[in-house]
Design a protein around this ligand. Structure first.
Ligand SMILES: *[C@@H]1O[C@H](CO)[C@@H](O)[C@H](O)[C@H]1NC(C)=O
Ligand SMILES: *[C@@H]1O[C@H](CO)[C@@H](O)[C@H](O)[C@H]1NC(C)=O
Length: 389
């Protein structure tokens, strides 16, 4: 646990509310896709770190900025007071979509997508111009099926403490969900998929990488967006301060009163713009949308995602990293090809069937909300298609 870099991870914002459909809800057909919403029971056992942290108030959160930004590495390590292995049951809110037309489709290739911090699962299909910002509609248009879900603590999934939700239990949830998908569950009428590809954004990429590290055969493809393995180009010190966090339940008591003080949220749209966007490559109305739909994120998720965790070394599937050229969090606002490729290509994906690192021009950390997001969607599906997926 030494070299505990406090906040390398991204927090993201969330998007529109769901209609609250439960279980085998009526099928909806929009834009040539067939979607089902599910509430999925999962049981996991995970080994969780316990931190001596609870924030009593926003002054504690403010003080954490000085801790996270300290040039004293020892001071930057919040105290881990214990390790707790527990088994718990959750309900996961999820959506599965598949192309309406089978002919010529790749519907038996299922993408399983994990959103990052500050968003819920609508990150993949926001209530914005779908042709520009919907990853779901793009992949459906390319013939794939997609399963996307809310991380525990977020959206329609079980509310848990912000001092509990963390990389280990989120990865365990993703592993269970992926096994269900591989068994043909919660995938509409698709049946057992031919292939499964894990897709993540930011903390969601951390979670996908961790799930594959835990089981190298879990997925045929691994697409990590808004992410990187190169610690030396990440920006942990500045990130926490730039997020300008407040305890979420004080910001919107009616909506976020369900959360304990472990959930934090950027106070307004400006820290969001600073950490997830880059001028001129965005529409200001999109920043306003992200502000309106933002979701709090759990502090321990952020902390445990920034500990150097065992990467999925030895993975033999198809792997990609795609990160914005100006990503503030993972590249200190300057991603370079070499930095995204290394050490990934040397130490993580040296046995992969295929590996590609893409610096996505002009974009910040919030890739799917950049003006040129759709081009990055094409980059991903072109890479999959070129490698048999
Ligand atoms: C460990 O987990 C148990 C069961 O969830 C819980 O009751 C207990 O408070 C946890 N201990 C710590 C130190 O978090
Ligand atoms: C991380 O990226 C920097 C910038 O490209 C590079 O100099 C360095 O060698 C990379 N680190 C590793 C471990 O590959």
């Amino acid at each position: 646990m030494r070299n505990f870099n406090i906040l390398q991870q991204a927090l993201i914002l969330s998007a529109a509310a769901f209609s609250g459909q439960v279980d085998a809800t009526p099928t909806v057909r929009v834009n040539a896709k067939v979607c089902n919403n599910y509430k999925i029971p999962v049981s996991i056992t995970s080994t969780n770190l316990v931190f001596g942290l609870p924030f009593k108030n926003n002054l504690d959160v403010a003080d954490f900025v000085t801790i996270a930004g300290s040039r004293d590495d020892a001071a930057r390590a919040p105290v881990i007071t214990g390790v707790n292995t527990t088994s718990r049951d959750f309900t996961i809110g999820a959506t599965f979509c598949t192309p309406a037309k089978s002919a010529g489709s790749k519907k038996d290739i299922v993408l399983v997508a994990t959103h990052g911090g500050l968003f819920d699962r609508t990150y993949w299909d926001p209530n914005l111009d779908k042709s520009k910002y919907s990853f779901v509609d793009w992949v459906i248009g390319q013939g794939y099926s997609i399963f996307y879900y809310d991380r525990i603590g977020q959206g329609e999934s079980s509310v848990v403490s912000g001092y509990y939700a963390q990389l280990s239990n989120q990865a365990a949830v993703l592993t269970e969900l992926t096994k269900l998908v591989k068994a043909g569950k919660y995938v509409g009428s698709v049946g057992k998929p031919k292939s499964v590809v894990l897709v993540g954004h930011s903390i969601g990429s951390n979670i996908a990488a961790q799930a594959v590290a835990d089981d190298l055969t879990l997925a045929d493809g691994l697409i990590l967006t808004g992410y990187g393995f190169n610690q030396s180009i990440q920006n942990p010190k500045a990130t926490f301060g730039a997020e300008d966090f407040r305890i979420a339940k004080g910001v919107k008591p009616l909506v976020w009163g369900k959360y304990d003080t472990g959930y934090l949220v950027p106070v307004d749209q400006y820290p969001i713009a600073a950490t997830f966007f880059k001028k001129p490559n965005y529409d200001p109305a999109v920043v306003a949308y992200v502000e309106k739909t933002k979701q709090p994120f759990g502090i321990i998720e952020v902390l445990t995602s920034s500990i150097p965790n065992a990467p999925p070394a030895g993975y033999k599937g198809v792997a990609m990293i795609l990160t914005g050229e100006n990503d503030f969090i993972f590249c200190t606002s300057k991603c370079d090809q070499y930095g995204l490729e290394h050490p990934a290509v040397d130490a993580v994906f040296n046995q992969a069937k295929a590996f590609k690192a893409t610096v996505w021009p002009g974009a910040g950390h919030g890739l799917n909300f950049a003006a040129n997001a759709a081009g990055s969607f094409k980059e991903i599906t072109d890479f999959l298609a070129a490698n048999g997926l």
